[in-house]
Design a protein around this ligand. Structure first.
Ligand code: N01
Length: 503
């Protein structure tokens, strides 16, 4: 039985299972549900004590999604209960948790199980996985740890010596009471622009440290009417239809982002108009006006951020941080500003995730080493040469700047389930994507990205790796990705029949 009741690490021999899934956010949970449906043997390893991934971790004040609610659910589990057009974090987390209940995924999940390493064993042809809850072994490994799971902390002189409260946006300390305190927020990305309006009213003073001004569009957020909520629940097809319409509307943005950035102009005008409408001070206007093309970094949405910057107790600081002292922040112009607390809203390790360092492929090299050389490359965002029987959800070039990641995840799940079915049907022992297939795939991908706004928009962003290559974003329409992941293409892989593996 796969029922996990005893998580004791005392048992020295690895616990065998056909498939191990690491992570239980949207991707890992989806994989667990699909493998349950396909009747496969699997376990989910989850370092936290609850499902939800980045939505479980990001509990900062104001946390909400910038993708419309109706697009932010699995296609097989629509949520008629959304209360707003853009959902706040607690509703998304409640949705994910309810899906885990509905499909009974917790029974097959080992919680509090932090994976130290996963190593391909070239003798047993299995993945050996070391965790805080003991050792596991599996024929197939699914990494579903997500792109936004490892907070990136800024390397600022003296930051470790700060004596006040300091925490990352994705690790919000709810025990720290910021009421009446002098607070600094470092960073002005998607997280920061939600935090700033949410806390400005309760702190005594707020300093917002901006390195690069982001583009911010109006947020068309509203409560769903009673009639809409009734229709979502009781009118057959209504929610699916409104979802399809939103999906198609958002797909049109791909033309401007990936193919012809000139089509982004109307959005830029809308963003500039919002600055003029909400800020009257010309100095502040200039400070918040971005200097790169819209779309190059993730476009943000907010109606509340600019008005918050105009509050008398809020300062936008653009001088650049030179150091942090025991009780304040010093900027490059020599000014020191005292603070009681610092919120570090500086994003995540995406192309250099520490999770890569613990996954070792067939020649003993880690994903981190391989990606360090070649950049974060894979095949169809899901498999990586040198890493047999491993599938990577939310892998290289599967990220999006315009619509729901859940759509991309479901595409990858099709591919994963078809791959496992193929492996079982053909009695395959190992499969590994061929280097030439992976190289061809990435050549085409990089060619498509060459003219995109992410590459040509004149900004530095987490979409680009240290080689300057865009290894995070999918450059086409998302239905194109759905199309290439519909069927597992065994011909792109080297496979060895189970019967032919050395005993
Ligand atoms: O992180 P970010 P985030 N000194 O990397 C600044 C998703 N998300 O957590 O632009 C000073 O975007 C950095 O400055 P710069 C979404 O996909 C979604 O906000 O690099 N500043 C930037 O301003 C998003 O893209 C939602 O010059 C430093 C900020 O910190 C992704 O998560 C909500 C610095 C980091 O911005 C990450 O968003 C939240 C330093 N040393 C997140 N280092 C929604 O759905 C970095 N910065 C609404």
């Amino acid at each position: 039985s796969l029922t996990v009741t005893d998580n004791s690490a005392a048992d020295a021999s690895p616990r065998p299972v056909d498939t191990l899934i690491i992570g239980s956010g949207f991707a890992g949970l989806g994989a667990a549900i699909e493998l349950t449906r396909a009747g496969k043997d699997f376990l989910v390893l989850e370092r936290g004590n609850e499902v939800g991934g980045t939505w479980r971790d990001n509990t900062y004040p104001g946390a909400a999604c910038d993708v419309p609610s109706n697009l932010y659910s699995y296609s097989f589990a629509l949520n008629p209960g959304w209360t707003r057009s853009f959902s706040p974090q607690p509703e998304i987390q409640a949705y994910i948790s309810s899906v885990a209940d509905k499909y009974d995924v917790r029974r097959r999940t080992v919680f509090g199980c932090d994976v130290h390493s996963a190593t391909w064993n070239t003798t047993t042809f299995r993945w050996e996985v070391e965790t805080t809850k003991g050792a596991f072994s599996a024929k197939i490994l699914v990494s579903a740890v997500g792109a936004l799971c490892e907070p990136s902390l800024p390397e600022i002189k003296g930051i470790d010596d700060f004596e006040g409260e300091i925490f990352h946006s994705a690790r919000w300390n709810h025990d720290a009471d910021l009421s009446g305190k002098r607070v600094a927020v470092i960073g002005t990305g998607a997280s920061s622009i939600q935090i700033v309006p949410a806390i400005a009213g309760k702190v005594s003073h707020l300093d917002v440290y901006q390195r690069t001004a982001p583009w911010i569009l109006p947020r068309a957020d509203r409560e769903y009417t009673k009639a809409e909520r009734f229709a979502f629940r009781y009118v057959p097809g209504f929610q699916r239809l409104s979802r399809a319409m939103q999906y198609l509307t958002r797909e049109t943005q791909v033309v401007g982002l990936a193919k012809a950035p000139i089509f982004m102009k109307p959005l830029e005008l809308a963003a500039r108009a919002q600055i003029r409408r909400q800020i009257s001070d010309p100095v502040l206007r200039r400070k918040v006006t971005p200097t790169f093309k819209i779309g190059c970094k993730r476009m943000l949405i907010s109606n509340a951020y600019y008005p918050t910057l105009t509050r008398p107790n809020v300062d936008l600081i653009t001088a650049g941080i030179s150091e942090v002292t025991a009780d304040g922040i010093v900027t490059k112009d020599g000014t020191t500003r005292k603070v009681d607390a610092i919120v570090v809203a500086t994003g995540f390790h995406v192309t250099d995730s520490p999770t890569f360092a613990g996954i070792f492929g067939k020649d003993g090299r880690s994903l981190a080493e391989v990606f360090d050389d070649s950049g974060m490359q894979g095949y169809k965002g899901t498999t990586v040469a040198g890493f047999p029987n491993m599938f990577f959800l939310v892998g290289p070039n599967t990220g999006l700047g315009h619509t729901s990641m859940v759509y991309m995840i479901e595409s990858q799940l099709n591919y994963l389930v078809d791959a496992i079915r193929t492996i079982d049907q053909h009695r395959i022992g190992t499969i590994e994507v061929r280097e030439d297939a992976q190289d061809d795939y990435n050549r085409t991908l990089q060619h498509a990205l060459g003219s995109s706004v992410w590459n040509t928009g004149g900004c530095a962003s987490w979409y680009l790796d240290k080689h300057g290559n865009n290894t995070t974003v999918w450059p086409g329409f998302t239905f194109e990705f759905r199309n290439i992941t519909k069927k597992f293409d065994l011909e792109a892989y080297r496979s060895v029949a189970a019967a032919d593996l050395p005993a």
